[in-house]
Design a protein around this ligand. Structure first.
Ligand code: NAD
Length: 296
């Protein structure tokens, strides 16, 4: 069993850290938020006073933070965890951040002789609680080999996507497909409504025809056809529009940085920006169908 420092005990990090404890690992946790720490300790966690304390004398440091700026600060600031960790520590950043920051921080860790992988997740809060997350991992073979047994206590699908930053690359490419496909499925249902075609009929036909995709068959944006979809719970997330917009913006940033043409990704970003600005940041991202219909 490993000793782990866990930094960022929010909606995702909190339950992930608790699953490590349940699997028998020794976990020291830190967060800036008192409620996050309280929830961690109520679930058997041992809290420490700083990120540095979490990173000191452990085998593994895991971070689960909001964005790239937080990751840079925690790892690279004066007295950051790259300086604090002992030789042999492996860093695992599970936050969803920009590819360039992931690569910069991994390089700084490598310069200090430490392994680091980026390991963003898919599966949301339910996957974090149930230890069923998918991890998309970027980093060396050696880093992946050290991270894998730890990630297995928090998820069920762990994929090595290539070198540093490729976990983040996989995440934003996947979520760009998801954002675009959700808008496409919603547009088809709105057109069907105008044409007098029943929701269930369109679902039954397209889910077994060439329009088939996850946004339709697993997360159908109209109530009825898929019982577990947020459309049956008044579009409570699930995966919020704010999270979708964050990932689409990261994809656009990467597209601009590399010169990749992503006209539909840009359009999806613009549509989710409007939805977000109209007060729907905390609505499930499939609620975009209401926006396309012109509902408030
Ligand atoms: P969250 O806001 O609930 O948690 C982030 C935590 O980090 C907060 O508790 C915050 O206090 C803490 N934090 C910020 N700066 C810190 C610092 N310097 N030191 C210590 N703690 C610090 O967010 P979340 O929903 O848990 O998401 C975390 C990451 O996972 C994000 O990058 C997000 O994009 C990604 N993600 C979230 C979901 C989801 O469904 N919530 C799904 C997939 C990926």
């Amino acid at each position: 069993m490993a000793t782990v420092g866990f930094i960022g005990l929010g909606n995702m990090g909190g339950p992930m850290a608790v699953n490590l404890i349940k699997a028998g690992h020794q976990v020291k946790g830190f967060d800036l938020s008192q409620p996050a720490i309280a929830s961690f300790t109520e679930n058997g966690g041992n809290s420490v006073a700083s990120a540095q304390d979490a990173a000191r004398d452990v085998d593994i440091v895991i971070t689960m933070l909001p964005a790239g700026a937080h990751v840079r600060a925690v790892y690279l600031a004066d007295g950051g965890v790259v300086e604090t960790a002992r030789a042999g520590t492996t860093f695992i950043d599970c936050s969803t951040i920009d590819v360039q920051t992931a690569r910069d921080v991994a390089q700084a860790a490598a310069d200090a002789g430490l392994d680091m992988v980026d390991a963003p997740v898919s599966g949301g809060v339910a996957g974090a609680a149930g230890a069923t997350l998918t991890f998309m991992v970027g980093g060396s073979e050696a880093g992946f080999a050290k991270a894998q047994p730890i990630l297995e206590a928090m998820g069920k699908n762990i994929v090595h996507a290539g070198d540093a930053g490729n976990g983040q690359a996989a995440k934003i490419c996947n979520n760009m497909i998801l954002g675009i496909s959700m808008i496409g499925v919603c547009e088809a249902f709105v057109l069907a409504e105008k044409l007098g075609l029943d929701h269930q009929k369109l679902f039954d036909i397209s889910s077994t025809a060439s329009g088939q995709c996850w946004s339709l068959t697993s997360y159908c944006p109209v109530p009825g056809p898929v019982e577990t979809a947020p459309s049956n719970r008044d579009y409570k997330p699930g995966f919020s529009a704010a999270m979708m917009l964050k990932d689409l913006k990261l994809a656009q940033e990467a597209a601009q940085g590399t010169g990749a043409p992503t006209p539909l990704g840009a359009q999806a970003t613009a549509i989710y920006s409007l939805f977000d600005a109209a007060g729907h940041a905390q609505t499930d991202f499939s609620g975009i169908i209401r926006f396309l219909r012109g509902e408030s």
